[in-house]
Design a protein around this ligand. Sequence first.
Ligand code: NAD
Length: 493
Amino acid sequence: MKIFDRFDGTLTRKQVIISLRSIMVTLSTSAIIEDISSEAAQNLVAKQREFFETRQTKDVEFRIMYLRKLQEAIRTHENEILRALYNDFRKGEFEGYVSEVGFVLEELKHTLKHIRSWAKPKSVSSPIVVAPAWARVYPVPFGVSLIISPWNYPFQLLMAPFVGALAAGNCAVLKPSELAPHTSNVIAKLVRSVFPVEYVSVVEGGVATNTRLLEQKWDYIFFTGGTEVGRIVAQAAAKHLTPTTLELGGKSPCFVDKNVDLTVAARRVVWGKFLNAGQTCVAPDYVLLDKAIEEPFLAKMKETVREFYGDNPQQSPDFPRIINDRHFDRLAGYLGDGDVYVGGETDAAERYIAPTIMRNVAPEKRVMQDEIFGPILPVMTYSRVEEAIEFVNDRSKPLALYVFSEDKTIQRKVMENTLSGGGCINDTVTHLTVPGLPFGGVGDSGIGGYHGKHSFDAFSHKRSILSKPSFGDLKMRYAPYAGKLSFLRKIIG
Ligand code: NAD
């Protein structure tokens, strides 16, 4: 399947520049999205609450019907979604499918397979003091949920939590990122083709829209984005005591011990870092490298970058661009923070930054203070792994942490003495593809987790109900209590 005829690898550089300019014109026109008014936001929530009160979403078969419709619509719009991702920041077809469309289809498949069992009440044992009784946990929907997503995986990061919200029986308002306007438009179109607005709505817009949405009283808020905006969301939620999941960012370290398979470790680090041009929340932000293999590992990474993206990565169909000028300028500003070992080339007209590896970077430099979120990989060295562990523990708790080592003692030492949302041993990024693993952060990198059943759980209130028959009513529990305490002590032990 070839959907980007204008941009296959055979185009000349001039043609590519002309085409990119036309993309930018389209981008600037489609980026004009009117922000929602406070009144409209209020009406929307009221309408959804009214719909929720009809109890239709409580029926699991109703949810399944809509999950199937969503699945069908995504399949139907697949090419449009991939084209939108390309138009937003030149994300290639393979990455677009694997990390966005395919990922969400997998979530849907998994959810449809298990939803009936997830939605069933679960019995738990009850203590003898309340016997006879049946105690059950009922997963029930919170009600009207708000899902806010960032631009870096603009389809997946909105739709994956949305699958959980639907499966759990919630109504939802979806707020895609304004920085990926083509994808935002396709999502709006797709969702409107399936759902009545009182059940699910897409509200496009930027900060003003989000601010007005956040002023409303929601039953659940699921936010993915930066830590600073996460604080704004948490404050807005606190006003109404709304429960939240906060999927935030941070600097994810990657330990590379001397005892590794150099080729495989280099491949997996380079892949995880330069995927999506480094604009991945769980990308290895920086490498902590055992000094004993500094030169061979750096050389291996250099060779791997060439193997993946060719002599000129700017020509590679697999290497995306930076999302906007602000982020391009920010990232270009880091290039002076150390010695560039690989890459370092930039092209502002295309918002291109080459896959870059830096060495000799001082920890106080900006590139080692900020979350990089782009194709720049600083490499710091250590002589003892304890130093590297201390370095990580002196900073905010990361979203992901990676360790490459064939030595189980090192693997254990790193994992047991650090804390992160999640991570991998001898790999990067792939932990988030396992539906059984809750994906989320800890501390500054977030609160809560999702994917698979964890998404269903995130959007479900666990309602605890004890049911008792009228027979066997022990007088023991009622006043007067005189003489009953010693007996109770014996039962409780
Ligand atoms: P962002 O926080 O700037 O934006 C996220 C959303 O919040 C967008 O929809 C945006 O419109 C809205 N927003 C922005 N500023 C706001 C404000 N002042 N008030 C209210 N709403 C506001 O994040 P981004 O730049 O789109 O994405 C990059 C960040 O997201 C990185 O820090 C990255 O690590 C993080 N991220 C985390 C995950 C995760 O799963 N934990 C995944 C992807 C990205």
